[in-house]
Design a protein around this ligand. Structure first.
Ligand code: HGY
Ligand code: MN
Ligand code: MN
Length: 426
């Protein structure tokens, strides 16, 4: 069921021919309705919030309302995406709820907590250059200035909210969706999106930390002019400068152990073959598991770009898009996953650090978080060839169900150290 639903969800795209599903689009709303229907079919109460987060709620008999455990991931995608980055975690959560929380649970007495499954909108930042849009809404972390962020069609986040029938001010003014202590833990199952588990031949791994990431938008301004009449020595070619900047970025990353730096978007203006590029805007995505190394590397890269611009007589503008610090997963959650692994797989899981960002980074501001990964064959992700192995998904569901069982036991015996406090940030 989980795989079939990932495939079904993967058919819902903004663009024909490949999967692209950005938040606050009709494709996003279609996906939200489908996920909400699956949550209801599984016995949950489902609601959709203004940015498009779908929350399913299951309350065990005995009407326990808080605390809750939240299982989640995102249902938006990058452009030309695979089907499993995000949806797999959401659909595992619904399958868990179907298994455990449908009263009376056939597996063991009513859980000492509720279960929420959240399908987040806008994790990728593929629209409005605003990653973690949905989890930031849930965490109450959407400052008003974000309403002015534009998408590639020049539509602002505020406009898109208005067109979807929502009051933008009510969104940015929205506090956390959960009161402090309401969430016992947030657990995000996700594909690894890298090669570690595939190379090791392991179905699942437990995440101990998530690398921090810095995103910037750089604009180089030169002089557009005729390609056939402007002598090379008189040019201020913005694309020439950008090309040097991309290579300088790559050089810094190759020189810094554990650093990942990528220029994924690049826009050339005016973009005609016979006009010297007058302006180039490009994205910077820099990541490292240690915050100090990350900040130092970003500084080195920006300095290199500024000196390239100066040497070429170009203007340079650097916009801060996002800074998310590395996040350590809560040891209580990781320990529960490991205990569940010992019980279901007879062994502990390999510990991995996530180079990819996840909604868990934002949820760590309001709850203890944990993650586990499912093998990505070939380490492929953010690509239509992204896949999972059916037996790995069955292992993952078993691990998720057993983890909830372990947490329930530890809550009942008082070993869970009381209420959940915001934890996880390094
Ligand atoms: O880009 C990432 O790290 C994630 O896939 N959003
Ligand atoms: Mn992704
Ligand atoms: Mn993801």
């Amino acid at each position: 069921m989980v795989l079939a639903r990932c495939v079904e969800l993967g058919q819902i795209s903004e663009e024909p021919g490949f999967l692209s599903r950005r938040p606050l689009t009709s494709a996003a709303r279609h996906a939200e309705r489908l996920v909400a229907s699956w949550m209801r079919d599984a016995g949950g109460q489902a609601t959709v919030d203004p940015v498009g987060n779908v929350t399913g709620r299951w309350r065990p008999s005995g009407a326990v309302t808080v605390p809750v455990i939240v299982i989640g991931s995102h249902i938006d995608t990058v452009r030309n995406a695979g089907r499993y980055d995000g949806p797999l975690g959401v659909l595992l959560g619904i399958a868990l709820a179907e298994t455990l929380a449908t009263p009376p649970s056939p597996m063991f007495p009513p859980l000492p907590f509720g279960i929420d499954v959240v399908a987040f909108a806008g994790e990728e930042g593929a629209r409005f250059s605003l990653p973690f849009l949905g989890s930031r809404m849930v965490a109450g972390d959407l400052p008003a200035e974000l309403l002015a962020r534009l998408d590639t069609d020049g539509v602002s986040f505020g406009q898109a909210l208005g067109e979807a029938g929502h009051d933008p001010e009510s969104v940015v003014g929205h506090g956390p969706s959960y009161a402090p202590g309401d969430i016992l833990l947030y657990l995000e199952p996700h594909i690894e999106q890298g090669p570690v588990l595939d190379v090791a031949g392991e179905a699942v791994g437990v995440v101990t930390a998530i690398a921090g990431q810095t995103r910037r938008r750089v604009t180089l301004t030169g002089r557009a002019n005729h390609a056939g009449t402007t002598p090379m020595r008189l040019r201020a070619d913005a694309l020439g400068g950008a090309a040097e900047a991309v290579l300088a970025t790559e050089h810094v990353a190759r020189q810094t152990p554990g650093l990942f730096a990528t220029v994924g978007e690049l826009k050339v203006m005016p973009g005609s073959a016979n006009v010297i590029p007058g302006e180039v805007a490009f994205s910077l995505d820099v990541r490292h598991e240690a915050e100090t190394v990350l900040h130092e590397a970003v500084g080195t890269i920006i300095d290199a770009i500024r000196s390239i611009a100066e040497s070429r007589g170009l203007g340079v503008d650097v916009d801060g898009v996002m800074d998310v610090a590395p996040v350590a997963c809560d040891p209580r959650v990781t320990a529960a996953v490991q205990e569940a692994s010992r019980r279901t797989l007879g062994t502990e899981l390999r510990e991995v650090v996530s180079g990819a960002g996840h909604d868990a980074m934002v949820m760590a501001t309001i709850a203890p978080v944990g993650m586990f990964f499912v093998r990505s064959p070939g380490g492929i992700s953010h690509h239509p060839d992204e896949s999972v192995i059916e037996s790995d998904v069955a292992v993952a569901l078993g691990l998720l169900v057993e983890t909830v069982r372990v947490v329930a036991e530890r809550v009942r015996s008082g070993d869970w150290e009381g209420t959940a406090d915001a934890g996880g940030r390094e």
